[in-house]
Design a protein around this ligand. Sequence first.
Ligand SMILES: [Zn+2]
Length: 64
Amino acid sequence: ITVSPENTTQTCHDCGFVMGSDGTEKLTLADREWTCPQCHTHHIRDHNAALNILEKGFQKQQKA
Ligand SMILES: [Zn+2]
């Protein structure tokens, strides 16, 4: 299964907040870890992105 990588890095896996919205700064490639401004969960950038990609894959599979 392939999924669109769009916003998988910028989206908080816990609450769905998207960095760059509500006047926040988007994460840059230099940001390896970050804290969600909405739910205050601390994320390892690549781990959070991987969870979002996994979830997208599951959603796609359910629709198929
Ligand atoms: Zn969050």
